[in-house]
Design a protein around this ligand. Structure first.
Ligand code: NAD
Length: 363
């Protein structure tokens, strides 16, 4: 049933695009509209509770219809707040039966990164489209398995890189392609906050902790977007000022990226310092963003006086609406699995460089 519906969505999406008709017309005789996809959140921690669920209420093309949780005590509150039906509440044990639930079109994995691959693959096997939080997974092998599972199930996969849906970030991403100031020569980028938790998955290696995947990925993403290129060489230094807490993973990661055109990016990410800025020295000017990867208020300036300060009502709502539209219209995801994989490829090289105190070439 669900697979039929999904293929129906894909087909009608194509048809709607081809005819120029509004996609919702194709669901005129059902209680469902093709312009609103049912989303199930997997994992009801901070990001689902405080950010994604409220943002879903602001979307045009999504409806929060399902939850998957290992904490039964959370269920009544979520059902009451968001009107989630009993039949759309799942535990991790019966999660696979979501396959038979026509209310759900998209499964959004919002678990610790060490569980992303397992649940994204399980989600793909149910025939639902998959959205997965960043970092995509712990290893390149896990990312590749996720991409393969979605390919085999003929479902779409998007990674929750919210910043790529922000017009302020898109502005400097576009400069990486059009190069109005010539080549970027030197990039300096930071991303960090003070995490006072002492026993969390961010400090646990198996669960995918460590600052590099958590905050470092924003500095890495911005450097890649500024250049429009992929780094070919990295060096890196891992450190901690709280060794009693960060016993398995790094509290701070400094890393340097070399790009094919010769651009050098120097990046810092930390769970011990609040920082979020991006400075770029181009051949013929500069860009400063402060912040560059926040939930809201990303803004900056160019050396010619141009201000970068586009309004964006809600970044995550924009992300989820864009990703829903890609499903409805059967167009490529703005941030597909391959984009998450590329970061993990670089991150694996960064860890090798930090461990061996050397430069590492990226394949
Ligand atoms: P969190 O610790 O607040 O929530 C994690 C959830 O996973 C909890 O509900 C927990 O019960 C559940 N869980 C299930 N199995 C678990 C296990 N074995 N160990 C630990 N928790 C388990 O974390 P969070 O901050 O909500 O982060 C969740 C995901 O969202 C991560 O991938 C994180 O990187 C991502 N995230 C993204 C952004 C962003 O800006 N895109 C921001 C915050 C978090």
């Amino acid at each position: 049933m669900d697979k039929n519906r999904r293929h129906f969505i894909q087909k009608t999406g194509i048809l709607a695009t081809a005819t120029g008709l509004a996609p919702q017309l194709f669901f005129a005789n059902t209680d469902r509209t093709l312009d609103k996809l049912g989303v199930a959140l997997v994992g009801l921690g901070y990001y689902s509770t405080e950010v994604l669920a409220p943002a879903l209420q602001l979307t045009k093309h999504c409806k929060l219809r399902g939850i998957v949780t290992g904490s039964p005590e959370k269920v009544p509150l979520w059902q009451k707040k968001y009107g989630i039906a009993d039949k759309n509440v799942y535990s991790y044990d019966n999660f696979n039966t979501i396959a038979n639930n026509p209310d759900i079109d998209v499964v959004y994995v919002v678990l610790p990164p060490g569980l992303h691959a397992e649940y994204a693959i399980k989600a793909a096997e149910t025939g639902k489209h998959v959205w997965c939080e960043k970092p995509m997974a712990r290893t390149v092998a896990e990312c590749e398995a996720m991409i393969q599972a979605c390919k085999e199930a003929k479902v779409k996969l998007a990674i929750g890189y919210r910043c790529q849906h922000d017009p302020n970030v898109q502005f400097f991403q576009k400069m990486g392609k059009t190069r109005p100031f010539g080549l970027p020569k030197i990039i300096s980028c930071t991303a960090g906050y003070v995490d006072l938790r002492t026993d969390h998955w961010k400090q646990n290696k198996k669960l995918g902790g460590g600052v590099m995947g958590d905050m470092g990925v924003y500095a890495l993403q911005s450097a890649r977007m500024v250049t429009g290129e992929e780094p070919i060489m990295v060096s890196a230094q891992a450190s901690t000022t709280r060794p009693e807490i960060y016993t398995e993973v790094e509290e701070t990661m400094s890393f340097q990226l070399t790009f094919p055109s010769g651009t050098i990016a120097s990046c810092q990410s930390s769970f011990g310092t609040r920082t979020n800025n991006l400075h770029v020295a181009y051949e013929k000017g500069w860009l400063k963003m402060d912040p560059h990867s926040a939930y809201s208020g990303n803004k900056g300036k160019l050396s010619d006086g141009t201000l970068i300060d586009f309004p964006l009502p809600n970044q995550q709502a924009a992300q989820m609406d864009n990703d829903a539209r890609s499903i409805i219209q059967d167009t490529p995801m703005l941030v597909p699995g391959e984009e998450g994989l590329q970061d993990i490829r670089v991150i694996e090289a960064i860890y090798r460089a930090a461990e061996n105190n050397c430069s590492v070439a990226i394949p």
